[in-house]
Write a protein that binds this ligand. Structure first.
Ligand code: ZN
Length: 450
């Protein structure tokens, strides 16, 4: 009943208020999902041309050739021009979006992300883009019988300001979900969430795999499980998924663990079917795995996406900073949506506190935003955190002091936190930029099992 209400009385009308024609977008996504390879290719070509036209208004230097030639060209030539665009790093995209500023004459939402790489990134999304991102999500979730407005238990961060937290709680209420905060991993919090789950009866879990695994491991110690909940699936997102986490969560909940691969910038990129294969969301994402500057199939390379539905600030050949493979073989489930795999880890870590708490490292991404181009935090002792930052024009020493105080408030006053301005932040040996490293009490290095 609540689900029904949430969908029909709240969520759909909200989309219409936002002028997102969600019903039409969902039908379009479903048509692509059930189409043949040729249908999908044809659909993508059409929308790639649309994106190329949208890119005419962007000042991104990488789109220069498009601006010169696209207006009167054939579909074939536009597609080949798109493939001439240099792959766009997060830094390049951030600079061009900053130069373009807020799009005019179109309603947009402000979004920001720092992901796992320590690059705060702010941008605008138009309603055509956000509506389509949601349509892709609803459709993918329906593969596992999760409906719009179904009750969700969320394993996620919680905004640190009182206003942000209140807003998140209001959103949770409207969206029919309850939240386990990644910033309070105390035994009390876990026990209380266990009770809360049984009263709320969620249809699915959603969140960071490591956080759900941490919760399930606590229940295992307590000889408890979640098998009496009316769960349909557990959806993990935002980090690399390790096989042991999948096993632990499936064992505790008794339902399939479904892996989602996506980003704030373009929504869901890959989503697992019932055969545990990660399908590319081709209705909204044109995926390329780029190796030595060329797109490859069945080989390892860098994951790049082009978002197909957008009327402003298009993301074209945008690097997500992960490595992966795009397969030529179809999935045994029968879907023609291509199968992909994500290789390298977005593996988050925890801050260990002197009073024995563990705090999810997303706390840094939630705190260090304005004024900072890039950061990395390293816990060097039980009461010491050293943060390197590359500031931007909005930075001031007072802002730095505010950040230190905000972190001390969350982590504990005993923490000595230093903020040092640097010129460069080096990558990990894996080539990945990670924004947090715990040099003490480090768990045995988890080795990906797949
Ligand atoms: Zn499949």
């Amino acid at each position: 009943m609540i689900q029904h209400l949430a969908k029909n009385a709240l969520i759909y009308p909200l989309h219409y208020l936002r002028r997102e024609h969600i019903g039409r977008y969902v039908a379009e996504v479903e048509a692509v999902n059930s189409g043949s390879r040729d249908d999908i290719a044809q659909y993508q070509r059409k929308w790639l041309c649309d994106v190329a036209r949208t890119a005419l208004s962007s000042s991104n230097p990488g789109y220069e050739t498009l601006r010169k030639s696209v207006r009167h060209m054939t579909e074939d030539s536009i597609i080949s021009l798109i493939h001439d665009i240099p792959p766009q790093s997060k830094e390049m995209m951030r600079a061009s979006m900053k130069a373009d500023g807020r799009p005019r004459g179109i309603t947009v939402d402000y979004r920001s992300t720092s992901g796992s790489t320590g690059f705060p990134f702010q941008f605008f999304k138009d309603r055509f883009a956000t509506g389509f991102m949601d349509a892709v999500l609803y459709t993918a979730y329906s593969w596992h019988n999760i409906g719009i407005g179904d009750p969700q238990a969320r394993f996620w961060g919680m905004p640190l300001s009182a206003r942000g937290a209140a807003l998140a709680q209001l959103k949770d209420l409207l969206k029919n979900r309850i939240r386990f905060s990644a910033f309070d991993l105390s035994e009390t919090a876990k026990d209380s969430y266990y009770q809360h789950l049984h009263a709320f009866k969620p249809a699915y879990f959603y969140g960071y795999p490591s956080l759900m695994a941490e919760f399930c491991s606590h229940l295992l110690d307590r000889k408890q499980n979640l098998r009496s909940l009316p769960l349909k699936a557990v959806i993990g997102t935002g980090e690399y998924l390790y096989q042991h986490e999948r096993d632990l969560v499936e064992q505790t909940t008794g339902v399939p663990f479904v892996n989602e691969y996506g980003c704030t910038e373009a929504g869901i990129v890959g989503f697992e079917c019932r055969h545990h294969q990660l399908h590319v969301m081709s209705s909204n994402i044109y995926l390329e795995i780029i190796k030595d500057g060329k797109p490859v199939l069945d080989e390892e390379g860098e994951i790049h996406v082009t978002e197909l539905h957008t009327k402003s600030n298009p993301f074209i050949r945008y690097s997500l900073g992960d490595r992966g493979i795009l397969y030529s073989e179809p999935c045994p489930c029968g879907s023609a949506l291509p199968v992909m795999k994500v290789l390298s880890g977005r593996k988050d870590d925890y801050v260990a506190t002197p009073d024995g708490r563990k705090i999810y490292d997303a706390i840094f991404a939630y705190t260090l935003k304005r004024g900072i181009s890039q950061f990395r935090a390293v816990q060097t002792a039980l009461d010491r955190i050293e943060i390197s930052i590359i500031p931007n024009d909005d930075y001031s020493p007072e802002l730095g002091e505010q950040y230190i105080r905000a972190l001390q408030k969350q982590l504990g006053e005993a923490f000595r936190i230093t903020l040092t301005i640097v010129e460069t932040i080096e990558r990990e040996r894996s080539g990945k930029l990670r924004y947090f490293r715990n040099e003490i009490n480090r768990p045995l290095d988890s080795v990906p099992q797949e």
